[in-house]
Design a binder for this molecule. Structure first.
Ligand code: ZN
Ligand code: MN
Ligand code: MN
Length: 282
């Protein structure tokens, strides 16, 4: 089974450092921000940065399809206010363009928030329209919706939300899903127990389908089941526990997609990856 594993690594000092940092922890997949995630503006990628990224990726023996960039936390593709929605759409397009410039395909993002100003349905429609616009303005990048914990007014905490957005997207082959284990658990999916884990993936298969699974975020949760609070814990040190990660590593339909740690202690990533690999049946 192909289980590409890595973490959300730093790209500080230049995007070319991300594959180096991934290689250092023994990863064969990784996530990173292609720009400062806390700012709207970013200088365009320089030719030398693009070149260095490609060179380092090759040196790290990491395939572009196992790289899962994450967009800025400022972007809200379901924003209730027209002007702020427009700013988000523009910023998202820039992120999709950067993915293409770097020779990558995936861009992971949180669907959006209604901010209690519009209904969930209206917000989902805005998100669907936002994705369509970004796909129309680019050529190959794939928009990867992440399931959320449902904190505040964030949508995407139910698989139905993600399925509804996917249903609105016109270019079906350019939209997919990333499952974050801490988010799913905080949203109320009992994936810490074998029955709840199997039910979750059965529902995933029915509503979305494994072809659309483009990545996983492997995190334990500091908060209880259905807390709707997004706090990651090192694997085995939260309310989910190692069992779930063992089941994921043994699941024959969950494979050939980047599996990314966003756990809070980077010093432990290499060890967490080694432990995860030990669960993969040979
Ligand atoms: Zn995320
Ligand atoms: Mn995540
Ligand atoms: Mn999170």
């Amino acid at each position: 089974m192909i289980k590409p594993l890595g973490a959300h690594v730093s790209a500080s000092g230049g995007v070319g450092n991300a594959p180096i940092n991934a290689h250092d922890i023994g990863a064969d997949a990784f996530a990173f921000f292609t720009k400062n995630q806390k700012q709207w503006k970013a200088p365009p990628l320089k030719e030398e940065d693009i070149e260095s990224f490609g060179t380092e990726l090759t040196k790290a023996h990491i395939e572009p399809k196992y790289v899962l960039p994450h967009d800025s936390y400022l972007i809200n593709l379901g924003h209730p206010e027209a002007q702020k929605l427009a700013i988000s759409r523009k910023a998202f397009l820039v992120e999709m363009e950067r993915v293409e410039q770097l020779g990558l395909t995936l861009l992971n993002f949180h669907p959006g928030s209604h901010l209690k100003q519009i209904t969930e349905e209206e917000c989902l429609e805005r998100i669907g329209e936002s994705v369509n616009r970004a796909l129309d303005a680019t050529t190959t990048a794939v928009a990867v919706l992440e399931c959320t914990a449902g904190q505040g007014s964030n949508l995407g905490y139910k698989l139905e939300h993600l399925a509804a957005i996917m249903g609105m997207v016109e270019q079906k082959d350019r939209v997919g899903i990333c499952i974050d284990t801490a988010h799913a658990f905080a949203a109320g999916y009992a994936i810490h127990e074998r029955t709840g884990f199997d039910e979750f993936w059965a529902e995933f298969e029915e509503l979305i389908g494994f072809d659309a699974l483009k990545g996983l975020h492997l995190n334990d949760s500091k908060k209880e089941l259905a807390s709707r609070v997004d706090r990651h814990a090192p694997l085995g040190e939260g309310f989910i526990g190692w069992g779930t990660f063992e089941w994921i590593m043994q699941h024959d339909k969950i494979q050939d997609v980047p599996m990314i740690l966003e756990t809070p202690e980077p010093d432990r990533w290499a060890e967490e990856i080694t432990q995860l690999r030990s669960f993969v049946p040979s």
